[in-house]
Design a protein around this ligand. Structure first.
Ligand SMILES: NC(=O)c1ccc[n+]([C@@H]2O[C@H](COP(=O)([O-])OP(=O)(O)OC[C@H]3O[C@@H](n4cnc5c(N)ncnc54)[C@H](OP(=O)(O)O)[C@@H]3O)[C@@H](O)[C@H]2O)c1
Length: 441
C-alpha cells in the first residue's frame, strides 16, 4: 500500500471517502480527502457514488475526470449492481470514451457490487488498488476486468414459449427495434404493444408514397399550394418527418399482423414517468399481464467530452434509463419470461463523441446482469449493437464507420441474431457484442 504513495480521495460522497480512507490506513497506506486532486498520483473519485439521478451523477463524474491533471491516475468509483437501479452507474463506458478522446487523461472505472455495507465496499475497493491500470468490476466472486461480451453463437435448440405472449416493446414501431420486433412476432406470435412518441399522421391520399425524406420534402414543396402543405421549408421538413414516422409505424403494425400476431401502437414518451405509469396500468388492464419486455427506445445527443452538458446526459438517459426504471417498476416481474435490452458497442469500447450514450448503455448492461442474477426464470439479454444499416445511423454516421473499417449490421441479419439469442441463448449469456469490434478491450 505504501508504494502507492499518498492516495487522494474526492469528498463528493463523504461517507464513502471516509470509509475508504480508514480502509487504506488500516492497510498501512496514506490517504487524504480532497475536494479535487491537488498533486500527481492515484486519486479515487467518489462523484459516481453521490445520491443524484444517474444522468446527473455520471455527468458530475465526467466533469471531475476532465478537471484532473494528466499525471493524476484517476479511478472513478461507481456501483455496477445495487438494490435500487437508480444507484447503478455507467462509468466504464464513460471512461473508455474519455480515454479515446483525451489521450492526456489516465481515467479508469472501478465498479463494484453494493454489499449494503460502506465499510465492506471500501475494503473491497482498497484490495483492487494495486491492479494494473484498467477498468475493473468487483463482484461477490472477486475482481474481473470489465469485458462485458459473450460470443454470439447459433443457439442449439429452439425453446417454445408457455401460453400466448404479451410483449411490451419501447421504441418498437420504428428503427431497428421494429425489424427485431417483426422477426420476434414471426417466431412467437401473441400480442405486441409498441411504445413511441410520434403520432400516426395519416398519409394524404393526393401524395404519392415515398420513403426518402429529401424526396418527400421535394414532393411537398412542389405541391405547396395544397392546403395540407405548410408554408415554410422548416415546417415542410417537420411535416415530412411526421408523415414518414406515421408511415413507418403503420408499416410495422401491418408487418406484425401479416406474420400472424396482434399489434397496437401507443403514443407515449417513456421518459415521462407519470404519463408512462398511467399508460402501462391501462395497457395491463386491457391486454392482460405483460410476459415479455423489449426496451429499444433511445436517442443520441452526441458531442465531444469537453462540450457535453448536463442536458445532453439527461436527454440520452431519459428513454434508456428513466424509461426502463419506470417500465420495470410497473410490471409484474415474476410474469416476465424474456427481457431484451438494446444497448450499444459504445458501452463496451467507448466511442468518440458518445460518452453520455456509452454511460447510459453501460448502465443498461449492468442492469441486465443484475436482472439475470435475480430473475433466474427469465431470459435477460443486453445486445451491445455495433452500427446497423438503418435506424439512428444516418448516411453521415455510416460513412464515418466505413472510414474506420467498421461494417454495418444488415437489418435482416440483426433481427435474426436478436430473436435467436433472446429466445434460445443459455441463461448465463447476458451481454452480447454484435458486429465488428473497434476497441482494444
Ligand atoms: N441503429 C444502430 O446502429 C444502433 C447501434 C447501437 C445501438 N442501437 C440502439 O438500438 C435502439 C434503436 O435504435 P435505432 O437506430 O432504431 O434508433 P431510431 O431509429 O432513432 O429509433 C429509436 C426508437 O426509440 C423511440 N424513442 C426514442 N425516445 C423515446 C421516448 N422518450 N419515448 C418513447 N419512444 C422513444 C423512437 O420512437 P419516437 O421517435 O416515435 O419516439 C424510435 O422508435 C436504441 O436504443 C439504440 O441506442 C442502435
Amino acid at each position: 500500500m505504501k508504494r502507492l504513495g499518498l492516495i487522494q480521495i474526492t469528498s463528493a460522497a463523504p461517507e464513502y471517502a471516509e470509509a475508504i480512507q480508514d480502509a487504506i490506513e488500516a492497510n498501512g497506506g496514506d490517504a487524504k480527502i480532497v475536494s479535487a486532486p491537488q498533486h500527481p498520483g492515484l486519486c479515487l473519485f467518489t462523484e459516481g457514488l453521490v445520491e443524484r439521478a444517474p444522468a446527473e451523477r455520471d455527468y458530475l463524474a465526467l466533469q471531475a475526470a476532465l478537471q484532473s491533471y494528466g499525471d493524476v491516475h484517476a479511478v472513478m468509483l461507481n456501483r455496477a449492481a445495487a438494490d435500487a437501479l437508480h444507484d447503478i452507474g455507467g462509468l466504464s463506458g464513460l471512461c473508455r470514451s474519455i480515454r479515446i478522446e483525451r489521450s492526456d487523461k489516465q481515467v479508469f472505472a472501478l465498479s463494484f457490487h453494493d454489499t449494503h455495507s460502506i465499510h465492506e465496499d471500501a475494503r473491497n475497493i482498497v484490495r483492487a488498488l494495486s491492479l494494473p491500470r484498467d477498468d475493473y468490476t468487483l463482484t461477490q466472486r472477486g475482481v474481473c476486468r470489465d469485458v462485458p461480451s459473450e460470443e454470439v453463437s447459433p443457439p442449439p435448440t429452439s425453446a417454445s414459449l408457455p401460453g400466448t405472449p404479451v410483449w411490451l416493446v419501447s421504441g418498437g414501431a420504428r428503427g431497428v427495434t421494429a425489424d427485431c420486433t417483426i422477426e420476434l412476432a414471426r417466431r412467437t406470435g401473441g400480442s405486441f404493444i409498441l411504445l413511441g412518441r410520434s403520432d400516426v399522421t395519416s398519409w394524404p391520399s393526393w401524395l404519392e408514397p415515398e420513403t426518402d425524406l429529401k424526396a418527400l420534402r421535394g414532393a411537398l414543396a412542389r405541391n405547396k399550394s395544397h392546403p395540407d402543405v405548410p408554408p415554410t421549408p422548416k415546417e415542410i421538413d417537420r411535416y415530412a418527418r411526421k408523415l414518414l414516422a406515421g408511415a413507418e409505424i403503420t408499416s410495422t403494425l401491418n408487418a406484425i399482423e401479416a406474420v400472424g400476431a396482434r399489434a397496437r401502437y401507443v403514443q407515449v414518451d417513456i421518459g415521462n414517468q407519470v404519463g408512462l405509469r398511467a399508460e402501462i396500468d391501462r395497457l395491463v388492464t386491457e391486454e392482460g399481464t405483460i410476459t415479455g419486455l423489449i426496451h429499444g427506445a433511445g436517442v443520441l445527443s452526441d458531442g465531444l467530452v469537453d462540450q457535453l452538458d448536463l442536458n445532453s446526459f439527461e436527454t440520452v438517459f431519459a428513454p434508456k434509463v428513466t424509461g426502463l426504471e419506470t417500465i420495470l417498476s410497473c410490471l409484474d416481474l415474476q410474469a416476465l419470461t424474456h427481457i431484451g435490452l438494446f444497448s450499444s458497442a459504445s458501452a463496451v469500447f467507448g466511442n468518440q463523441g458518445q460518452a453520455n450514450y456509452a454511460a447510459a448503455n453501460t448502465w443498461l448492461n449492468n442492469v441486465a446482469v443484475q436482472l439475470a442474477a435475480t430473475m433466474p426464470a427469465t431470459q435477460v439479454k443486453a445486445f451491445c449493437w455495433g452500427p446497423w444499416h438503418g435506424g439512428m445511423v444516418d448516411d453521415a454516421l455510416a460513412r464515418m464507420f466505413a472510414e474506420r473499417g467498421i461494417g454495418l449490421i444488415t437489418r435482416p441479419e440483426g433481427a435474426r441474431i436478436f430473436a435467436d439469442q433472446l429466445l434460445n441463448a443459455p441463461h448465463d449469456q447476458v451481454r452480447f457484442v454484435v458486429g465488428d469490434e473497434w476497441g482494444d478491450v
